[in-house]
Design a protein. Structure first.
Length: 311
């Protein structure tokens, strides 16, 4: 059994299409078919079922694919370990997240005073970042809700982040410290798309109230929500931490009586190689989210005191 055979099988299994796989692998379709056939002969079992002109993984194929993915993940980890030893002063951290609002502050801390650390950050919905981590396309995932469904992931809970409602200037919510979700049934909302941030608990809370949310804009750019609200296009439920650090909305938000929010956690593959940069990323991420509770409380007190002075 050769690595090339496994590589050809892996891509064919992912596409479930022989001609497309052959095209991507830059080989002829007959050659790819023979390679897969030889592999099946060595295993003593077919890996695909034929349905008309299409192919689909069968039970044997799915089981074998899971092992093949692990093999390539192990090879990727071995490659990283060798590179880490050779280039101990230069490291790259690949991160995927569905809560991009927190990344500028966090990555600033990770890279502060550390020469040679390079960070590649990707934003994607939850289902996609699960795939990225599982296939070693990224090293870490910062996600809400946490990735707890895969035993191959190590998941470190970081914080429960409460959501706050931000609104444009002159909105009727001004001066309202807390509001029931049911009172917002006629409002138009700016929201992150499904799979991002606290969208899941937000939708669930509206469902409990029996009031469907009126979404006027849904975006995958989690940072653009604030700009849409500033322009008066609607209101939005966003992380309280980011609200307290935005001068425009520090005094223009209200909390929800339902305490809507989401758990945030950091995940990585259990068996992946963890170099110095990776260990630093975990340490800095943990310290950053640990500090938010105290910092948020101080900001709330300062804003309250400032408000009293304005009276």
């Amino acid at each position: 059994m050769e690595l090339k055979q496994l590589s050809f099988f892996k891509r064919t299994a992912e596409l479930e299409h022989m001609s497309r796989a052959a095209e991507e692998l830059l080989v002829s379709q007959p050659y790819l078919s023979k390679t897969i056939s030889d592999l099946e002969g060595e295993l003593g079992a077919p890996l695909f079922d034929h349905k008309g002109r299409n192919i689909v993984l069968n039970y044997c194929g799915k089981a074998f694919y899971a092992h093949v993915v692990n093999i390539f993940n192990e090879l990727e980890d071995a490659k990283k370990e060798v590179q880490n030893i050779s280039l101990s002063q230069q490291s790259t951290i690949r991160v995927a997240t569905n809560i991009g609002q927190f990344m500028p502050s966090l990555l600033g801390i990770v890279t502060s005073g550390e020469e040679g650390i390079s960070i590649h950050q990707r934003s994607a919905p939850r289902r996609d970042i699960i795939h990225m981590l599982r296939n070693a396309e990224v090293d870490f995932v910062l996600c809400s809700p946490p990735l707890e469904e895969d035993v191959e992931f190590e998941t470190l809970p970081l914080r429960y982040e409460r959501a706050a409602i931000i609104y444009p200037e002159g909105h009727w919510l001004e001066g309202c410290a807390e509001i029931d979700m049911s009172a917002l049934g006629e409002e138009t909302f700016i929201s992150v798309a499904k799979g991002y941030g606290a969208r899941e608990p937000f939708d669930a809370a509206f469902a409990v109230c029996g009031v469907p949310a009126k979404m006027v804009i849904e975006t995958t750019d989690t940072t653009s929500v604030f700009e849409y609200v500033k322009r008066g296009l609607g209101i939005s439920a966003v992380p309280l931490t980011t609200v307290l650090r935005d001068p425009c909305f520090q005094k223009r938000y209200t909390l929800l009586t339902h305490n809507i929010g989401g758990e945030i956690a950091l995940s990585w593959r259990r068996r992946q190689f963890m170099g110095a940069a990776g260990r630093r990323f975990i340490q800095c991420t943990t310290a950053y989210f640990d500090s938010l509770e105290t910092e948020n409380a101080e900001l709330i007190r300062a804003l309250a005191a400032d408000g009293e002075n304005d009276v």
